[in-house]
Write a protein that binds this ligand. Sequence first.
Ligand code: CA
Ligand code: CA
Length: 295
Amino acid sequence: MSEMMHIIQSTDHVYSFSAENEPAAQASPGDVVTFHTEDAFGGQLRSEADTLDEVNFDFINPATGPLFVSGAQPGDVLAVNFLHMETGSRGVVLSVPGSGVMGDEVPSSTTKIVEIRDRWIEFQPGLRLPKKPMMGVVGVAPAEKSIPSGTPGRHGGNMDTKEVTAGATLYLPVRAPGALLAMGDAHALQGDGEICGTAVECSACATVRVDVRRGCDLQWPWLSNQDRLMVIVSAETTDEAYEEATRQMVRYLVDARGMDFNDAYMLMSCVGSLNISQVVDPLLTVRAEIPHRYL
Ligand code: CA
Ligand code: CA
């Protein structure tokens, strides 16, 4: 049977990851699915006169889906290969009192609307930033009953990891029949940390190929791109997150790659790295990385 193409519109969305969510569409392993996503504010911020005060928080972080992937069962892994990602032409960045790393020093709420061009973003006159679209929220139904779409975790969710972009494959632990994949909160550009709490927030259209892997149960989301293998861990503190991310990567080198523990630990220290994905969501997200060429 040949693969099928599916499209899920942004009006089909959820505000939580849960096995109880009604699927918006169904696909088979190997199928290609296009997710149209609204920005993290559900498009509520339309001009620079709109501030976060006017946003209805019942409608933030909409995640398009969920997609039921036939055959995916608890204990499997859902592979989500990002084939292509495009953004809308309008981006929103916010600086808000109380938000982000220096929230207590923000004098007033500011909304910046930026134009997103083919290759760059007009941040301000004379300052163009390179466009690198990524998806902030990507997840499946968790082992827990329900997790809000603004929270990251073992199921994925609001990981705000800039490497979740075209060309990368995200591996998510399946905990409910059909996996129930949903995504949203695209950024046309985001730096590690997402320091002020928002990046270039935008609508997007992501085309992915979904696949199901059996017999490789994962505890956390893993990500692979052309260069590197990464494990993405979220916790109450960055200390907890980087310790668990390191443990996950070293255990992988030992268990799956057959390395001696000390060699794996030393290799991680020599060529691996720990990076902060975001420090602004309900849990903080760190990723441990190692280049494929040393594996
Ligand atoms: Ca986010
Ligand atoms: Ca966002």
